[in-house]
Ligand binder design. Structure first.
Ligand code: PLP
Length: 371
């Protein structure tokens, strides 16, 4: 056996996205101890940068040491107790994963279903909140990676607040790619992933808890069933004020990479990054149109710029085209998930992958693959 050297790819799927050399270089810097004062200083900066990306002043804003699914789980296991009721919006695959989390935390999930490809319907959510007074939380996916739909997070968080429920928001695919405004929305528990519009490798999940969510964790009647994800323990590890205490060994080099990716976002500016994602989405959409290809869903502001679901034309070998893109052009795109399997391709223009040359290269390759 020999060292592994991965093939060169252009990553235009649903994540991970291309990781720039600058971030890979950060990853390769020397590993130091996770309680080393130099490292602790970097952790403080990382929290500040995450607050910038999430647009929040929440003190409890940290990267969970595991991928996006762990950030999701951290929100549910900390805020939901056995016997609670949680309203879960499902307009794609990841809403279904949220439901699993609720049920496994011993709570009941009231589902608000919308067609895959459509955003969450706030009217249905309001009806569910009315029908379930005392619901602990409302959970929804802001950017559904399985369909490319964007839901109205500001309205949904407001509805939760008006009905005395916490909001749990998935921004795995939105953070850095389109507007995320945690404090403006008044969101309570929000999680993301490092590998999408932040363009760091997968393996870290930024999360932020509002003061209301933090109080809820402190007021729990039963301990969090997950020792690793228990925020009251994790908080002490990430808290720079009271002297840091060992909880687990952070994935040190991965945090260097996330730090670098957030610096890049900060240098570009949030608004500029969102505008870049929008411009490259429009470039792709125009190119697809000239090839006679259509995007799933309506163009009514609910479409994500960073995840483009392309309808597979009648008679075309969906998997064959993806394979040809990979084998002949080194380009990865994604397949449909769940009920959309075989029906769409998912073209991600996330983070460093959202650039005009990438769009043009893909359009050329797609034209060849479709013959
Ligand atoms: N939520 C959404 C919307 C996602 O797109 C993903 C991953 O694609 C996840 C959660 C889970 O993240 P991870 O695969 O990093 O565990």
């Amino acid at each position: 056996m020999q060292s592994f050297h991965p093939p060169r790819r252009l990553l235009l799927g649903p994540g991970p996205s291309d990781v720039p050399r600058r971030i890979l270089d950060a990853l390769a810097r020397p590993t130091i101890g996770h309680l080393d004062p130099a490292y602790v200083g970097m952790m403080e900066e990382l929290k500040t940068l995450l607050r910038y990306a999430f647009k929040t002043a929440n003190p409890l804003t940290i990267p969970v040491s595991a991928p996006g699914s762990a950030g999701m789980e951290a929100c549910f296991v900390n805020l939901v107790e056995p016997g609670d009721t949680v309203i879960v919006c499902r307009n794609g695959v990841f809403g279904g994963r949220m439901r699993e989390n609720v049920v496994r935390a011993g709570a009941s999930a009231v589902m608000v279903d919308d067609e895959f490809g459509r955003p969450v319907d706030p009217e249905k959510v309001e009806a569910a909140l009315r029908a379930n007074p005392g619901a602990k939380a409302l959970a929804f996916v802001h950017a559904e990676t399985s369909t490319g739909a964007r839901s109205d997070a500001a309205t949904l968080c407001r509805l939760a607040r008006e009905h005395g429920a916490l909001s749990i928001v998935d921004t795995v695919t939105s953070l850095g790619g389109c507007e995320v405004d945690v404090d403006g929305w008044g969101a309570d528990a929000v999680y993301s992933g490092s590998q999408k519009c932040l363009s760091a490798p997968p393996g870290l999940s930024p999360v932020t808890f509002s003061p209301r969510a933090t109080e809820t964790v402190k007021a729990r009647k039963v301990p969090v069933q997950s020792w690793f994800l228990d925020m009251s323990l994790v908080m002490a590890y990430w808290d720079g004020t009271g002297g840091r205490s060992y909880h687990h060994t952070a994935p040190i080099n991965m945090t260097y990479a996330l730090h670098e990716s957030l610096l890049i976002l900060h240098e570009e500016g949030l608004e500029a990054a969102w505008a870049r994602h929008q411009a490259n989405h429009e470039r792709l959409r125009a190119g697809l149109q000239t090839m006679g290809l259509a995007l799933l869903g309506d163009d009514d502001g609910a479409r994500l710029p960073q995840l483009n679901p392309v309808v597979v034309p009648e008679g075309v070998d969906e998997a064959g085209v993806r394979r040809a893109l990979l084998d002949d052009h080194g380009i990865e795109i994604g397949a449909g998930l769940g009920p959309l399997a075989g029906k769409i391709w998912r073209i991600g223009l996330m983070g460093a992958s959202s650039r005009p040359e990438a769009v043009d290269r893909l359009l050329g390759a797609l034209a060849q693959a479709l013959g």
